[in-house]
Design a protein around this ligand. Sequence first.
Ligand code: AMP
Length: 195
Amino acid sequence: MNLILFGPPGAGKGTQAKILQDELGLVQLSTGDMLRAAVAAGTELGKRCKAIMDRGDLVPDEVVVGIIAERLDKPDCKKGAIFDGFPRTVAQAKALDAMLSGRKSRIEAVIELKVDDDAMVGRMESRIAANPGAARADDNPETLRKRLVVYHLNTAPLLDFYRGQGKLFSVDGMAPIAEVSDAVRGVLGRIKTSA
Ligand code: AMP
């Protein structure tokens, strides 16, 4: 099974992917984590992407599509993946559909974590206040606002793309973490029984 956890930065996609991956036997594929690892390792790719990421813009489609294509061929992706932070543009979504169909696979569900922008910024401010040293380079209220603009401009149109495919499900991302996980499990249960 392949799932996409969808939503703006700070919505809790990574948290939910980590909670669900073991129980579903799927692997979390976070392009953000992979890009940060490349930056930390000082690879050519990391050097190319660092400034783009720090200012809250999207790295080019072919970069993330290439990373995912390579990753999907690793044995741990055999049972499927939870995509977290990918796709972020319609071009990426089309490339993902093509990559999966070439591997006799497909996206079963896209689960949107519905959240409120202002609450996202508020959540981040309290996280930084609680733990000032731990912030990522793009983890500040100004860059988050920029990332939210980029989300609405480039990524939110994907909601229609997946709605059109009949794969879009929405849950309340503002609920406590455990309730969000339960809601996601509920969606997956409904998909299985209707399959
Ligand atoms: P994230 O941790 O998912 O919020 O990603 C952090 C940053 O990495 C983003 O603000 C982008 O600069 C870059 N990034 C991650 N995933 C993608 C993607 N699918 N497409 C383009 N840029 C991405």
